[in-house]
Design a protein around this ligand. Sequence first.
Ligand SMILES: CC(C)(COP(=O)(O)OP(=O)(O)OC[C@H]1O[C@@H](n2cnc3c(N)ncnc32)[C@H](O)[C@@H]1OP(=O)(O)O)[C@@H](O)C(=O)NCCC(=O)NCCS
Length: 176
Amino acid sequence: MVPEPLSLTAHVVADPGTDLAEAFASLWVTVTRAGGAVGFPADAPEADIRALAARMIDDVRAGTLRMVVAGEPAQPLGVVFLRPGAGPVVAHRAEMIRLMVRPDAQGSGLGTMLIDAAIRLAGDLGLDQLLASARGGTGLPGFYVARGWTEVGCFPAALRVGDELRDEHWLQFRIR
Ligand SMILES: CC(C)(COP(=O)(O)OP(=O)(O)OC[C@H]1O[C@@H](n2cnc3c(N)ncnc32)[C@H](O)[C@@H]1OP(=O)(O)O)[C@@H](O)C(=O)NCCC(=O)NCCS
């Protein structure tokens, strides 16, 4: 049973355990199969999704990637990640990536809560701005714009989703 989403909080997890690593991989597979726009076409091999999930968890443990989780760590309802810029020219910003909410928990404010938590985390890290990318042909760029982000660019045909080429939209959130 899905807990009442709005009573949940999002929290930063710096050292994800094996339970969360497994649950995150399963969440990503579920979201992908439901047609979510998070790095894979809907029919991508499960092993490929799990392998990339494992690499991201390694990066979190290494401290190069920050993880924000909504719900119980062993049973997350949603996640989002921040990848702070590496090197002095981009050290004032981070990319916000892999925003996803379990399909049966979508539409209850969790996605917005995760974005807000990522923005707070970025502020705590002393960052000035966040960048996010969104798949063209979806309503996702508008989803970000409705939450105060600004569309700052579009790479035509930059994403290959199965047999289709899609534009990649870039969005920016200025913290200060
Ligand atoms: C995008 C996503 C994270 C939003 O999470 P959520 O918990 O459903 O979001 P919220 O409940 O905070 O907000 C719901 C709003 O987002 C809108 N929304 C959600 N997904 C959308 C989409 N693909 N296109 C356009 N609008 C979308 C809903 O219509 C709703 O709009 P409203 O506030 O005007 O009613 C979630 O739908 C998801 O996980 N999708 C699959 C993965 C994905 O595509 N991630 C995007 C990576 S860029």
